[in-house]
Each structure stands twice: as C-alpha cells, then as structure tokens.
Design a protein around this ligand. Structure first.
Ligand code: MRU
Length: 319
C-alpha cells in the first residue's frame, strides 16, 4: 500500500479522511488540489505532507506557474511539520521539479526502512509498544517511521503487541494506525487517549514509540497529547522514543518557537458526525504539542539511534 502515487502527471492520494470505512482516492491535477488535500487532511503526517508538497511544486512547474509564488502558497497550507518547508525548498532549488519530487518519493521509503531497522534494535521479544497518532505508512509514502519500527520488529518475529491511542480529536490512532496495522496482521488494541497513564501504572506498556513533525536541539513537536504520554512514561521509567527522518530536523529554532497549528472548533465539537457539546461552545484546538528533550529516551533516525545525552553533538554535526 502506498499513500500516494504519481501517474500521468497527476498525484493520486489515498483520501485519509474516508478511512477506515472506505478506501477512496483523491486526484490532484493542479498544485491547488494538493493545497486542498493538505489543508483538509486528505494527506497528513509530516513526511507524506512533504512529498505531496514536492509533487505540488511539480504540478506548478508543469503548468508553467511562477514557482516562487506556488512555493509560498504551498508553504501556507499547514504550519507545523517542517518537512513541508524542507520539501518545497528542495524542489524550488532543483533543476527538474518532477524528477526531484520522484527522487524524494523513493528516498522516503528507503529512509523509513532504515529507521525501522535501527529502531527494531530497541524492541525486545514480547514488548507491548504504545504509539500516538499515526506515524505509519499513511503518514509517509510507505512503511512509516514509528510504525516502521513496529513493522520491522514484527517481521523479525519479536511477538510484539501494539497499543494505539485513539488520538482525539481527529482519531488518527483509531482510524489510521489501527487500520494499517490490521492490514499487516500486527496485533493491535485501541485505547482512549486518557487510558495510557493507567496502563503504564499497571505495567502493560514496555515502550513508547511516536513520530514527530519537528525535531530541534531542545525537544520535538508532535500530535497533541504526545507531551502527556511522555510525562506518564517518565513517571513509570518507560522508554519514550521518537522516530523521525533527518528531513524533520529544524536547525534554526528552539522547539518552543514552533508554530503550533490551531484547528477549527468543529473538530472538537463533533465526534463521528454527532455534536457532543452545547452549540456555540468556545473551543481551543491546538493540533500539536511539545515534548521537551528531557522526557525523550532517544531519537531514531535513518542514520541510527541518538541518545539524548549525545543529541546536541549529533545535531550540531548534522548542520
Ligand atoms: O495532524 P497530522 O495527522 O498531520 O499529525 C501527524 C503527526 O503528528 C505524526 O505523528 C507526525 O506527523 C509524524 S508522521 C511520521
């Protein structure tokens, strides 16, 4: 299963808003279609947003648009995942936008396989792994980052079990992670977001592996709720790992200066199409939060695992 495909100068995306009920596709013929797909979360997850944005640039190029303007428009579609900005700039600075986007597509899969290989070294036989949101194949071109680690450990017959937080308000854990793990026959159970602390207290979780939308020298940004999971994991001495490609690293800012996307009230007011709060209720709906570096046990990249005591050194050397 690939989250996206480039065919006949069009970008075909799995429409993630329709999962798990329907496997439908969203076809982008113009760069504006790609912007709509990113904004409405037809395509979501940092690496997937990045590669889709690269193909958006390719569509702009094929339509003979002013690529600087296209780049600015695509960059304004979602603010938090740095992969979007990285991808747009990489295509903008290339000689051939279509070929560059295709290259990034292939690289994404290779990167995730490498993250999976490195990360699986941290997983012991019989581990139960908690994950939050969807950092899986659906969040990338294929295979996934956090779920790439899970997939590799499963393929190595480590008899792992996965617990997915439902990930309110949009349910990426329930709708997407559970769905894609079931497709691969990987044992998975769904929990309400509020249950992870109790399960940790009960000794039911051995490790946490999540993805990231941005990694800086002092922490990471990821789906809202990641911080609370990290706090609980620290309380019970449960290793908390972040799986992220180097394209998610931000060398410019402190993680606390990340622009956190604020999404619409309707995402919180409605659940499965039903309103769950009084009409006109005021809502606060930040889509991401920050996990400070002291709550993270290590970052799993395509170049290997970096423990946090060596992270600053690793980060500076990458520059
Ligand atoms: O709002 P989303 O669904 O785009 O948020 C996705 C996440 O927070 C993922 O954990 C992150 O992008 C890493 S995906 C490999």
């Amino acid at each position: 299963m690939k989250t996206m495909e480039w065919k006949d100068n069009k970008l075909i995306l799995i429409d993630q808003t329709k999962l798990p009920d329907e496997l439908a596709y969203f076809i982008c013929k113009t760069y504006e279609d790609v912007i709509i797909a990113i904004k409405t979360m037809v395509v979501r997850g940092a690496p997937a947003i990045g590669v889709a944005a690269a193909f958006g640039m390719a569509l702009g190029y094929l339509a003979d648009e002013d690529l600087d303007l296209v780049a600015d428009e695509i960059k304004s579609s979602r603010p938090t995942a740095i992969n979007l900005f990285w991808a747009v700039d990489r295509v903008l600075n290339s000689n051939n936008p279509v070929e560059e986007a295709k290259k990034m597509y292939v690289e994404d899969i290779e990167t995730n396989l490498a993250i999976g290989r490195h990360g699986a070294e941290l997983i012991a036989k019989g581990d139960t792994i908690l994950t939050h949101c969807n950092a899986g194949a659906l969040a990338c071109v294929d295979y996934g980052t956090a779920l790439g680690v899970v997939r590799t450990a499963h393929n190595q017959n480590k008899d792992i079990n996965v617990i997915c937080d439902e990930t309110r308000p949009l349910g990426q854990g329930a709708r997407l992670s559970v769905w894609e793990l079931q497709q691969d026959g990987i044992p998975v159970k769904l929990i309400p977001d509020v249950a992870s602390g109790y399960l940790m207290m009960e000794g039911k979780i051995d490790k946490v592996v999540i993805g990231a939308d941005r990694v800086a020298y002092d922490g990471i940004a990821n789906k809202i709720g990641s911080f609370l999971v990290a706090l609980a994991a620290k309380r019970f001495h449960i290793p908390f790992y972040v799986a992220a490609p180097l394209s998610t690293f931000d060398h410019e800012i402190s993680i606390y200066d990340t622009t956190i996307e604020e999404r619409g009230a309707e995402e919180v007011l409605y659940y499965g199409g039903c309103r769950i709060a009084p009409k006109d209720t005021e809502v606060i709906n930040p889509a991401f939060d920050i996990v400070p570096k002291d709550l993270i046990s290590g970052i799993i990249t395509e170049k290997g695992i970096v423990k946090m005591d060596k992270f600053k050194e690793f980060f500076i050397n990458l520059k």
